[in-house]
Design a protein around this ligand. Structure first.
Ligand code: AMP
Length: 502
């Protein structure tokens, strides 16, 4: 059984292709269609989902949440509650995946071994690798990593009666990430023309704005700093989210807050909320403007703006989009479920699977969200970033360049691979060093053909050819900071097996 998984910052969802050939959400063990991506440790047992989310208010120290924001951050380590072990974002994600897969297996009465997992389009190589590692850690085979907005486009195509010949803009604002993609649908081809985003921008930031406002009001009136009270802060975070959701329908909401014996209700009106989040919403507008420019289109060329992600329920989002695009955004997709549904469709497209009724021949063409470069030195020895694969190039894609050995019998060649748009190495991410051992006896200036590529998952690979001997040198391994050895992977797998997940 193959499933599609939307592994979200705040909520996750799972879908599969049912016996009628249509994508369908798989309910979790509690009968819910989405599962909060929150872990509660109860002794050796990890409880994931609604109960964990509720417990996050009263048992702050026993819960782990928002780990997706830390994917690819190698210095992020959190204590596994109730033990002296530390875990990273990859292991925490593996625990969440284990719950999702276990529940799906129970619901579908079949073993799940193959998955398509969605990631924000703006996720870089490190975050994509971390996502694959999390799945492999619990023994899953990742068929493909697909970008969330692309997945939404795929589900949209699958649901539409006559989806042909249109340009759609996808505005995907979730709990922690924002993506904008411009997509052309022509016959059976879904082509992503451009994508842009911010992997640290989402509903979480709206909650933070409310929290900060309440903290200031409370301090002004009582002199108490809520930052000193962990329990009150966690409660406030929870109430801020409630307030935000309420303001999607109501004109005002009072946020209760209690600390050190003082209580208060801080009123937030819809206008105030809009003021608080305006700066964040404007950032999404800039990203959208950038995406349309990169696609070489104008808003007049766009037939539909599709809203994806729970945070698009905030009314200011639709109002802002309408203002700058002139288009009333479409609410026809279920913002919480569409990404998982698209992932299930994608899973069924792999290996010519015929379980899908409507769209067996869909071709999906995606792009890379970050330019790829290498660090080079100019004649005066100053490092610069040379971009060799520009962002928004169709993936998979590759680029070859000849390099030359510097001296006789050179033993190795080292490349620093970058992701980012700047020519200054300080403003791009060095994703890793790629070191290649050379065959003995090469004279100075021997040519080496180096090919750097993005694969279908948006992950970077480097291969090399010794032109002198006309031999392929084995794949250059990118020494990513997070690279796990096989032994480390096995150890982590074992550790995770020991954690009972519910
Ligand atoms: P997602 O990652 O797509 O599940 O989006 C989750 C985010 O959507 C969280 O930050 C939620 O607080 C937010 N969200 C869900 N429902 C609403 C709503 N009715 N109004 C505003 N934000 C919402």
């Amino acid at each position: 059984m193959k499933i599609g998984i939307d592994l979200g910052t705040t909520n996750s969802a799972v879908a599969y292709i049912n016996e009628h050939g249509t994508a369908e959400i798989v309910s979790n063990g509690e009968g819910e269609r989405t599962t909060p991506s929150v872990i509660l440790m109860d002794g050796d047992k990890a409880i994931v989902g609604d109960i964990a989310k509720e417990a996050s208010v009263t048992q702050v120290d026993d819960t782990i949440q928002f780990v997706k924001r830390q994917m690819g951050n190698d210095s992020f380590q959190i204590p596994l509650p109730g033990s002296d072990k530390m875990i990273d974002a990859v292991e925490a994600s593996a625990i969440i995946l284990k719950k999702l897969v276990q529940d799906a297996e129970q619901e579908l009465s079949e073993k799940v071994t193959e998955v398509v997992i969605t990631v924000p389009a703006y996720f870089d190589d490190g975050k994509r690798n971390a996502t694959i590692e999390a799945a492999e850690m619990i023994g899953l085979n990742v068929l493909k990593i697909i970008n969330e907005p692309t997945s939404a486009a795929l589900a949209y195509y699958d649901m539409e009666e006559d989806p042909s010949d249109q340009n759609v803009a996808i505005y995907d604002l979730g709990g922690g990430t924002f993506d904008a993609s411009i997509v052309n649908i022509h016959n059976n081809e879904i082509t992503v023309l451009s994508t842009d985003g911010d992997s640290n921008l989402g509903g979480f930031d709206f909650d933070n704005e409310i929290c900060e406002h309440v903290i200031n009001e409370f301090e002004d009136s009582t002199g108490i700093d809520l930052y000193d009270d962990d329990d009150a802060m966690q409660e406030l975070r929870e109430n801020a989210e409630k307030c935000k959701k309420a303001l999607s329908r109501l004109s005002k909401y009072k946020v209760p807050v209690t600390s050190s014996g003082e209580s208060m209700r801080v009123e937030i009106t819809k206008d105030l909320f809009n003021d608080l989040i305006k700066g964040i919403v404007d950032r999404t507008k800039l990203v959208m403007e950038d995406a349309i420019k990169e696609a070489n289109l104008t808003w007049e060329d766009i037939d539909k703006v599709l809203l994806v992600g729970g945070s698009t329920r905030v009314p200011l989002i639709s109002e802002t989009i309408k203002d700058f695009t002139g288009i009333e955004p479409s609410k026809e997709l279920n913002p919480d479920e569409v990404v998982a549904l698209g992932a299930a469709v994608q899973a069924s497209l792999i290996d010519g699977d015929t379980s899908l009724s409507s769209s067996a021949n869909i071709i999906v063409k995606d792009v890379n969200s970050h330019s790829l470069g290498i660090i080079t030195q100019d004649k005066s020895g100053i490092d610069g970033n040379s971009i060799i694969l520009h962002r928004n190039t169709e993936i998979p894609c590759s680029f070859s360049q000849e390099f030359y050995t510097n001296h006789d019998n050179q033993e190795r060649i080292q490349l620093q691979i970058t992701e980012g748009e700047d020519l200054d190495p300080d403003y791009v991410t060095i994703i890793g060093k790629s070191i290649l051992n050379l065959p003995p006896g090469l004279p100075e200036s021997s040519p080496l053909d180096i090919t750097i590529s993005y694969d279908k998952n948006g992950i970077v690979h480097v291969v090399a050819r010794d032109v002198t001997n006309n031999t392929e040198l084995r794949d250059m391994i990118i020494e990513r900071k997070s690279n796990m050895t096989q032994i480390e992977m096995e150890e982590k797998k074992e550790e995770l097996l020991a954690i009972e997940v519910e």
